[in-house]
Design a protein around this ligand. Structure first.
Ligand SMILES: [Zn+2]
Ligand SMILES: [Zn+2]
Length: 477
């Protein structure tokens, strides 16, 4: 009888052991797939497909997930290259984000000097080929863990196109695809390994189009109305407005059309604006004031104006509860150690960086201490909208040589080598260990949700900054 009473205890001890053993097995399997995933990432690197045109990259990842037993729903949120891959059933639902769009104008071979890659104008200068592949690899590893542990739960991989200016995730959030998700994991390629509870800037952009009346600029200017005047008057007003907006605002513009010839009064002109601020609500306000400036400019110059919102993304809401867990597992996994060959490559890349950016290469091995900086990164991402819908966490890993900036040829180069693959596997392993803990710990997820509720405020109701516009599927034409 006494032994019988002991049985449940022994059983639970065995299960605990089996589970921790499971995660070690799953990690080992993941490690054994390094070459395979390195190859997938390299294929996407070579494809270097631009935002909303990532047909083959998206299909490659879908095929991997399908092969592993995931159900694929493609073309979600009216975006042909977006997809959702699911495995398992019931709660919790853990989501992973996968990006795979490249950038125009940064063609680069996988060599440590600036050299165009033949036959391509684009390049993976933000490392999204690694981003997508590591997330898919981790989703598959989490599926393996779910299977072998016999736990219930759903792992869902979101294939999210056009991060670079296309705001793909915003349309997916707007379509409600994240509504039942308990936590979202993602990562980003970097020159460092770290996980911090930091934020980004909210951002809203629009093209303001002015319509005037063409006329001979010397013989009959009195009959013309200059659309370019409209643009210049608007810019002047916005530039004065800079003094009367919160200090942390960023407003930038380019004139995308300013007329054709000086002797023709321009009948059409266009200016493309970005408005950024650490708070999404401030961006809304300031953007509306920019619209007023455009209206006033049209009125004063005798032109007419309309505008098209191009994209918009919320500031990133950090989740400290979840990110501390990511950081813990990142420390377990550790950073990137170079072989002699990789070290030689890294040294050559480092020598091409601005002197202030040439740092000790051993930084690739280190994991940065956890932090929760007050100041947001001066950049924007469409992960922002996801982070207001679901507790979201991320890490970054050293897929690039220390000192490398994103969107540089040096990032494309390292991302095309085994350095990129190693950094990617650090991310895949860390997300897998974190995901396993999410599945095992419902209290943790509840705490993360409470943190999200606190950060977004009681009156929060999601309304995309980009309004009801359709995905700009042709924005890279
Ligand atoms: Zn980028
Ligand atoms: Zn990026």
């Amino acid at each position: 009888m006494r032994y019988l009473l002991l049985l449940p205890l022994l059983l639970s001890a065995f299960l605990t052991f089996a589970q921790s053993d499971n995660s070690a097995t799953v990690l080992k399997q993941l490690d054994a797939q390094t070459d395979h995933y390195g190859d997938i990432a390299h294929q996407i690197w070579e494809l270097a497909e631009l935002g909303y045109k990532e047909e083959q990259s998206s299909l490659l990842l879908q095929a991997e997930l399908k092969q592993a037993g995931f159900t694929i729903e493609a073309g979600v949120a009216d975006i042909p290259t977006a997809f959702v891959a699911s495995y398992g059933s019931g709660k919790p639902v853990i989501g992973l984000l996968a990006e795979y769009d490249a950038l125009p104008g940064v063609s680069q071979a996988a060599v440590p000097e600036k050299k165009n890659r033949e036959g391509s104008q684009a390049g993976h200068a933000c490392g999204h080929h690694l981003f997508g592949t590591a997330s898919a690899a981790s989703a598959i590893a989490l599926k393996e863990w779910l299977m072998s542990s016999g736990r219930s739960g759903t792992v869902r991989l979101y294939g999210t196109p056009a991060e670079e200016g296309g705001a793909g995730k915003v349309y997916m959030v707007r379509a409600g695809l994240f509504d039942d998700v308990d936590a979202v994991l993602n990562w980003h390629p970097s020159d460092k390994n770290g996980a911090d509870a930091s934020s980004t800037l909210a951002n809203k952009s629009a093209k303001f189009r002015f319509y005037g009346i063409a006329s001979h600029a010397a013989a009959a200017p009195q009959f013309g109305r200059s659309a370019l005047d409209g643009v210049e008057a608007m810019n002047h007003m916005v530039n004065m407005m800079r003094e009367h907006v919160p200090e942390t605002t960023r407003i930038h513009y380019v004139i995308t059309s300013g007329g054709e010839a000086p002797n023709v009064v321009p009948a059409f002109a266009e200016v493309f604006y970005y408005v950024r601020h650490p708070q999404m609500r401030e961006v809304k306000n300031i953007f509306n004031r920019v619209v007023k400036a455009a209206e006033g400019a049209a009125l004063g110059t005798g032109t007419t104006m309309d505008f098209e919102v191009i994209h918009g993304s919320f500031n990133l809401l950090p989740n400290e509860t979840l990110t501390r867990v990511v950081h813990k597992h990142l420390e377990t996994v550790g950073g990137v150690t170079y072989t002699a060959e990789e070290e030689a490559f890294a040294k050559k890349i480092s020598a091409t960086l601005p002197e202030a950016k040439q740092t000790d290469l051993s930084a690739a091995q280190e994991v940065q201490p956890f932090s929760a900086p007050e100041k947001p990164y001066s950049a924007s991402t469409d992960v922002g909208d996801v982070s207001w819908a679901v507790p979201t966490t991320a890490l970054r890993t050293a897929t690039w040589v220390p000192g490398t900036s994103p969107h540089s040829w040096q990032a494309v180069a390292a991302g095309g080598t085994s350095i990129g693959t190693k950094g990617m596997m650090v991310a895949a392993k860390t997300m897998t260990l974190t995901g396993i803990e999410f599945f095992q710990n419902p209290e943790l997820l509840a705490k993360a949700k409470a943190e999200l509720d606190r950060r977004r405020g009681a009156d929060f109701k999601y309304e995309a900054l980009l309004g009801d516009r359709k995905p700009p599927l042709d924005y890279r034409d």
